[in-house]
Ligand binder design. Structure first.
Ligand code: UN1
Length: 513
């Protein structure tokens, strides 16, 4: 039975919001005549609309956040962690509803919508533990009766700019960590997915209210590019964490850099799996197909290239073609379907354009692409996952297209395969499928993959929250989520205390009065 979206929206407290921003429990602004419509690629319906924030709305929210920071930073980190724990529990209670809304507004499969909310729950659990582990080091001073150590302080306002493809999880990676670190947040979600953001804001605002936390700790701002630009240029926002295209990231990095602010950039990927002659081909098939068609190829970790050893190339290509023939494309809320729609008509146009460019450069399609039509596909956003044989240096192959287009490239030696894998401007995720230990270790060594993520016998997508997430080169260099990524959300202070009765100078310098 088709999910009743209206009842999901009611459960999450999301109505047609006529306001541009929320500082926790208060919705404000909305004076703008411009509004933003939430379009569902699933059925092409406009779900609701929200007003776009003006620069006055933006200023109001920054002032509110600055006030809230003065309070939030005084709450001990483990107590902040306790509030994040409750947020995780609230997400558990809303997992079905929020996951379904993610699926409907963004178009990913229901399973992946639930998976996205699970990532949110997981990062909350991680942040709760972290709230008692924001460790600094102590050092031995070179001077007698001196103590030297470092401590970590919150930054202030963290500006979060998130993308449509993980409309809620990436916000929570940033928010859960930023909160336990003592920061306040202003979130500008993608213009394509405002409703899931409103739903999250309602969930977290209730947790804050239940804990008597004043408004302004977690803020949502609905806006377009202009609002994003206000935030990136604003010296009152010490850290901007932005997820999106490399083009967007270059603009954000330049604006934040110009004011010497901090930025954490998580940008495009062009991820490859090397399929060695020593690979388990059945296992490789699952990794490759999920990586390429999962989320309709709209993850930054999606598998875009398969670099296949010449001895298994034909056999593996045949397996792929057969598997693609079995893919069910359609309504992502129907759990029988593997592949849902692209986010919107622009994404479809860019998919078609990439296919044309690939053909023009000599790409040979083993599985043809195309837009699906018929009543079930009325939104116009459903496309066929396709496979092309290419050369790595085709211009289109060097470029990230956010769509299910998979490129096949042949190799002879592992050195060649690694060079191909690294031979793109992006450096997010990578993988090798091999049962050969030497190959696996070479791939993971400093002479191997140049990406932020390198996997063995796992595809390129689906990273766990416990690891630091992000990539090198044009992927932007930022790290979010697990490991010690929390350090990006704090400022380090080195403290030296002299408890002697003289004032010796460092480096043995003499200065007597
Ligand atoms: C993204 O596509 O922006 O590793 C994030 C993955 C997910 C996150 C992807 N855990 O595929």
């Amino acid at each position: 039975m088709r999910t009743d979206i209206q009842s999901i929206l009611n459960k999450l407290g999301v109505k047609a919001e006529n306001a541009a921003f929320s500082t926790g429990s208060v919705w404000g602004g909305g004076s703008n005549s411009k509004s933003l419509e939430s379009f569902s690629p699933v059925d092409g319906k406009i779900i609701a609309s929200a007003k776009v924030a003006t620069s006055a709305d933006y200023d109001a929210i920054v002032e509110k956040s600055q006030e809230a920071f003065k309070h939030w930073r005084t709450i001990p980190a483990p107590k902040r962690g306790e509030i994040v724990r409750q947020f995780g529990d609230a997400l558990r209670a809303n997992k079905d509803a929020l996951g379904t809304l993610v699926s409907y507004e963004m178009g990913k499969s229901l399973q992946e919508g639930f998976g996205e909310v699970q990532e949110m729950i997981d990062i909350c659990d991680f942040a709760v533990g972290l709230s008692r582990q924001l460790y600094g080091l102590t050092m031995h001073s070179e001077r007698p009766s001196h103590r030297m150590y470092e401590q970590w302080h919150p930054l202030g306002i963290v500006g979060i700019i998130s993308a449509f493809n993980f409309p809620v999880a990436v916000w929570s990676w940033n928010t859960a960590l930023a909160l336990v670190c003592g920061n306040v947040c202003i979130w500008k979600p993608s213009e394509k997915t405002p409703l899931t953001a409103v739903a999250c804001q309602h969930i977290i605002a209730k947790v804050f209210k239940d804990n008597d936390v004043p408004e302004g700790v977690c803020n949502l701002i609905i806006g377009d590019r202009e609002v994003g630009e206000l935030m990136t240029k604003d010296g009152r926002v010490p850290l901007i964490s932005a997820t999106g295209s490399t083009r967007m990231g270059k603009a954000v990095g330049a604006a934040v850099g110009a004011r010497l602010g901090k930025s954490l950039l998580e940008l495009g990927g062009n991820n490859a799996i090397i399929i060695s002659e020593h690979a388990d081909l059945d296992m490789s098939l699952i990794g490759a197909v999920f990586g390429a068609v999962g989320t309709a190829g709209q993850r930054c970790t999606s598998t875009r290239r398969l670099i296949i050893h010449e001895s298994v190339y034909d056999a593996f290509a045949a397996k792929l073609v057969k598997a693609y023939g079995q893919l069910r494309i359609g309504d992502p809320l129907d759990q029988n379907n593997h592949v849902g729609p692209l986010i919107d008509n622009d994404a479809v146009a860019s998919y078609l354009d990439s296919i044309e460019k690939c053909k023009a450069e000599g790409g040979k399609f083993l599985v043809e692409g195309g837009v699906l039509d018929g009543a079930e596909y009325a939104s116009g956003c459903y496309v066929k996952p396709c496979i092309a044989q290419v050369k790595n240096d085709f211009e289109i192959v060097q470029h990230e297209t956010f769509a299910p287009i998979l490129y096949l490239i042949k190799y002879k030696t592992l050195d060649e395969a690694i060079a191909l894998q690294n031979g793109v401007p992006q450096g997010l995720s990578s993988a090798i499928m091999t049962l050969n230990l030497r190959e696996a270790e070479q791939f993971l060594s400093y002479q191997g993959s140049d990406c932020g993520i390198a996997n063995v016998n796992i595809g390129t997508s689906g990273a766990e929250i416990g690891g630091a997430f992000g990539g090198e080169k044009e992927t932007g260099g930022g790290r979010e989520s697990g490991s010690d990524a929390w350090r990006a959300y704090m400022r380090r202070q080195t403290n030296t205390i002299n408890y002697s009765n003289t004032l010796p100078l460092a480096q043995g310098i003499k200065f007597d009065l």
